[in-house]
Design a protein around this ligand. Sequence first.
Ligand code: MN
Length: 467
Amino acid sequence: MKQFLLLFTFLISTFQIQAQENLPTDYLSKEFHQGRRDAFRNLMPANSVAVIFSYPERVFSKDINYNYHANPDMYYLAGYKEPDAVLLIFKEPQGTEKYNEVLFVRERNATREMWTGRRLGIEGAKSKLGFTTAFNGKDFSSFAIDFKKFDKVIYDKIPTDVEINNNPDNLYSLLQSFKTKAEITKDDEGSINLYTNITNSLREIKTPEELVLMRKTVKLSCVAHNEVMKAVGPEMSENEADGIHAYIHRKYGAEDEGYPPIVGAGANGCILHYGENNATKIDNQLLLMDVGSEYHGYSADVTRTIPANGKFTEEQKAIYQIVYDAQEEVFKLCKEGTPIQDLTKRSREVVAAGLIKLGIITDPKDARIYYPHGCSHFLGLDVHDKGNYSGTLKENMILTVEPGIYIPANSKCDKKWWNIGVRIEDDILIKKDSYENLSAESPRKWQDIEALAKQKSTFNEMKFPKI
Ligand SMILES: [Mn+2]
């Protein structure tokens, strides 16, 4: 019998997928995630429990899913990047074991791991993420927890579009178990507001560990913008310019882009969230590129608008200068204490004055026609990161400053302005009495862009077969 057991153990271990080698060494530490859970717990009311679910997987095509993207809150609080998980955080220690957090993870499974990738499992959740209490997801339904004994159960909006799957360790089953256990028939607004307030107030302030990753993601995105500025020409396609960004991101270790890249030439630059990026030639037009990498979960968000032939026309330059001036004026407000709403207000004033001066509008209210969006959003794990937009700027917040002017064809102004779309976007770290522009490495002044465009890029030298 003993021999049989040994053989059995041997067979099992033969099929175990080996631990991965040569991984990046600058992932967030388990101490970071533990610290974030403690900070979350500090903001919870007495006798409460928070319940945080992973994001669902999404279909890309038939039986192929998109690369999985973790719920940023789950990643922030637990460091867990796999699907089908639920995290419980308790205000007070529970049970005889006095645990104050539990992570339910995907069960290790040699066959599944051979097909769809490594799993951390319970052991990994303990050794790599610092949990003392972790279970397999399939055990959540039988986990002894009486939600009714808590004064408050804190949770985010429960997703309603998760594919029905009665496998007990699937997200759908975890959600169903939670709704049954906590007797939830519809979302409780109070719970959701509390969850939002807690996560907003934590995530809007970046810790030193997060700042390292934010600096990295913004810096490498600037390198990408600068390389495209050198490489681009009227014959290049939007898609190829997009691809240069992506290549540089991967070259420096970024896993992805933080959002679908916007690479639009001429009229396409006037579409705020243009994403087709399929014009076969940029031509002698402006190219608006709103592209930022995602590095270990943290997103950059940088926009540069450049002339494909290396030289701004007088009209392009005039519009560009207004947007630049608006940014400069907003930067002056970037320090602790400024109401966040003032950033958009100030940028709108500068854009309105500039458009009036050029005769494009006469009433300052009409600036909204050509500058319809806000100037700033928080930046971090989400490109439009969590934070309190009705508050004031605080030290170690990171926000974008991104005024823009977009004049589509047939606008009610001289047609010499038509199809000019300009946005300049930088990522700003707020300090006590000032700010730091994390994306300063990519030029913003039109003179500096023209100078950089004269330089040669490695990408100009690359030769590929014609197909
Ligand atoms: Mn943005």
